[in-house]
Design a protein around this ligand. Sequence first.
Ligand code: M6R
Length: 606
Amino acid sequence: MCGIIGISSNKSVSANIINSLKKLEYRGYDSAGIATLSDGEIIEVKSEGRVDNLENNFDLKNLKGNIGIGHVRWATHGIPNQINAHPHSSHNVSVVHNGIIENSTILKKHLINNGHKFKSQTDTEVIVHLITENLKTLELEYAITKTLKQLHGSFALGIVFKDIPDLIVGARRGSPLAVGYGPNENYLGSDSYALKAMTNKITYLEDGEFCFVKKDQVLFFNEAGKKVNKKILKLSSDEASYDKGDFKHFMAKEIEEQPTTIKTGIKEYIDSVNKDVNIFNFPWNIDEIKSITLIGCGTAYHSCLMAKYWFEELTNLDVSVDIASEFRYRKNRFKKDTLYIFVSQSGETADTYAALNLCNKNKMKTCSVVNVIESSISRESNFVLPIHCGPEIGVASTKAFLGQILVLYILSLKIGFLRNEIDRVEYKQKIKDLKTLPGLIEKTLQHDNDIQAISSTFNDAKGSMFLGRGFSYPIALEGALKLKELSYVHAEGYPAGEMKHGPLALIEEGMPVVVLAPRDNYYKKTISNMQEVIARGAKVLLITSKSKDEVVSENIWETIEVENTNEDLFPFLLTIPLQKLAYYSALKKGYDIDKPRNLAKSVTVE
Ligand code: M6R
């Protein structure tokens, strides 16, 4: 979380810093700020709220300085207000920070005893004063090395110094940081996305490294302060995907892009001529694997849960699923014959990344399913399966979810086939069926006006429930997450068969309940559970699949029918109406759909 930009140039930097901050808002949008150096002074401007506020409150066009740092914040220590906004500065140092300093309280006490005065409630201000203190007795490189050693926790930092006119220091531990190279200027950014408008030449810092960025030179150092050489990567240009086009919101665009997401995934991973999956060169012997553990957070965790159903269906492997923030601190029994699969859109989620590091340290087999291929999780996994769905800007994950479950489904097919655990004919048939998926999704997207009309009921209710069994259960969880995240209404996803063990007590007259019951093996059981909630007054929105047989139940409030297909593919189709339901609920409430309150797109703090 939090976005960092730094530019050292031979011309004024404020306009480019503001543009980059706008791009970085997906990482945090509680407050924004800039510090530039001009005429030997640090000029600091900051505001609560969005970058737009900062622009409205200050004459940024005339903000002088050929070097500067900027920040968008997602609050961890201290409420989101102007004082706690970054940069934080002393008389000679200004700092922007992404991450959490775990020993800030102890350090702060010590610094206060040495006469330092603090203005904010943030952990970041401790870094400012530590550097100021260390610079009293040490040369710059040593002062930086010493400061970084004193900090516990995670950070990406951008630092400018009043007395060093063209230098930005960057440092990374746990939180991502990149350097970019331009003509007569160089950059520091919390990711390549912020830098893409200015350059496609990027170097990523590794954990423990720091760098000196000047307009005409960049130097890298390791933890011990020794100079290191690093490669420059060339990024592909996909600027067009960062535009909303005719859509009101990125989320609306990303929902509609899903047929393309699936088409691209199929093109990448399916050999249509031979009806085979194009995943080769596994770095391990697939026959030696006995179990799979899938790990992720939020929507990516739901993708993992979804995959469990497919892996269990299509292979004989033992499959477990873990939330990354739980996995990383539990006592795990690492087993050599387990394959650990990490799922993450951003590839930077702190908890998922830490879980991967833990597995790597224990020399486990690691595979990642990511969208951002330059990300830390991608770079540090033994094997990477990109989902190729292009930039996802809306904080609520939509097309990345479909992209993740597609790749996981294809992987389960391939592993099942390689291990002779699924029949050859069935394997070929399932691959053939996959080709129909983009068209089925296009048809499902046409449910629009009906969902718009239904969405008000969810807004007016105290809460709602999303129920499903089997393959539909992870989708119920995902539907509930989307609704709460976007329209701030309480929504609960539940296995339909579990309602009678407690949650049924929540059902009261008029409560909206979404029941996911495609015509699969679970259909009849789910319909029985639906009747149980209807009998207690629930207003049921049934999402089922087309069939010649009518649904045998009375008093269903609304029904949406998705296309009929092979039952493995229903989860893809069921997801679409739920995404739209959440979108339209939030739209009616006038909420900020692409940037819901309290959230951020890239969660790089634990
Ligand atoms: O980038 P990741 O996929 O690792 O992100 C994981 C979650 O933070 C993310 O899926 C989050 O739950 C979404 N906002 C849900 O829409």
